[in-house]
Design a protein around this ligand. Structure first.
Ligand code: NAP
Length: 252
């Protein structure tokens, strides 16, 4: 089904899942605001999209800062048009066991994932409501079900599931859907950092994960991008308030 061209914003889109999602949404015919902490870092993804014949713009913003979020959304609206697709993807890890976790580690992770998704969604919803159409996808994680060393991250990712459902309830009457995608093990810089933290070679870490996953492989950023492409499509208008685990199998 061909898509009506829209303007999308993907946060944390300089690399990993965000970059793959930005490329995929551009391939669907959408113009994409590629948001990351530094504008320069976002330019690589923009260049890839442009090389493939798509339209994108790089915007630097910290999603946990209200003024920067507001400025970023205004920039995208001015350069590409009113955004009506939002992917809340920006994320960080500050893993530690509870007794060693600092308040800063807690605040940083909750700030980027939860506050960031809140600020971005609040800033973009006006454009969606005005258009009578919108799609919001927020990145949760299989860690929402609990994961050693990630009390901050699991809390944020579980929180995003309630966040996505509540936006679905509030914004549905304006033609806006909201869902959460919860990836399992996806090969990115984030999982490489986790391997380093637990003192394993990444290849061994990846293999150990693949052995536990029913489809016997680790995930790729494109696996998540494909799910997000569906949830942001025209035909997904009756799918809202859901959490889709994309993990190569059911979770325990
Ligand atoms: P990644 O490779 O670490 O990429 C995350 C991106 O977000 C980076 O470009 C990072 O920029 C950016 N970012 C961090 N803080 C930001 C902020 N305050 N404002 C704007 N951008 C910011 O991570 P990923 O693996 O692709 O993960 C993407 C999302 O999927 C995250 O929400 C993550 O929690 C979730 N997820 C990932 C997995 C997995 O297995 N990889 C599994 C479940 C869920 P810098 O490089 O400058 O820090």
């Amino acid at each position: 089904m061909s898509q009506t061209p829209r303007v999308a914003i993907v946060t944390g889109a300089a690399r990993g899942i965000g970059a793959a999602t930005a490329r995929r949404l551009a391939a669907e015919g959408h113009s994409v605001g590629v948001v990351d902490l530094k504008e320069d870092d976002a330019k690589g993804t923009v260049q890839e999209i442009v090389n493939d014949g798509g339209t994108a713009t790089a915007v630097g913003a910290d999603v946990s800062d209200a003024d920067q979020v507001s400025a970023a959304v205004n920039t995208v609206a001015e350069q590409l048009g009113p955004p009506t697709i939002l992917v809340n993807n920006a994320g960080v890890l500050r893993d530690n066991l509870l007794f060693k976790m600092s308040e800063d580690d807690w605040d940083t992770v909750l700030g980027v994932h939860l506050r960031g998704s809140f600020l971005m969604s609040r800033a973009v919803q006006e454009h969606m409501v005005n258009a009578g159409w919108g799609r919001i996808v927020s990145l949760s994680s299989s860690s929402a079900q609990g994961n050693r060393g990630q009390v901050n991250y699991s809390s944020a990712k579980a929180g995003l599931q309630g966040f996505a459902k509540t936006l679905a309830v509030e914004l549905g009457k304006f033609g806006v859907t909201s869902n959460a995608v919860a990836p399992g093990f996806i090969v990115t810089e984030m999982t490489k950092a986790t391997a380093a933290r637990v003192g394993m070679e990444f290849e061994d870490f990846k293999q150990a994960a693949a052995d536990r996953i029913p489809v016997r492989r680790s995930g790729k950023p494109e696996d998540i991008a494909a799910t997000i492409a569906f949830l942001t499509s025209e035909e997904a208008g009756f799918v809202s308030g859901q959490v889709i685990y994309v993990a190569g199998g059911p979770l325990d």
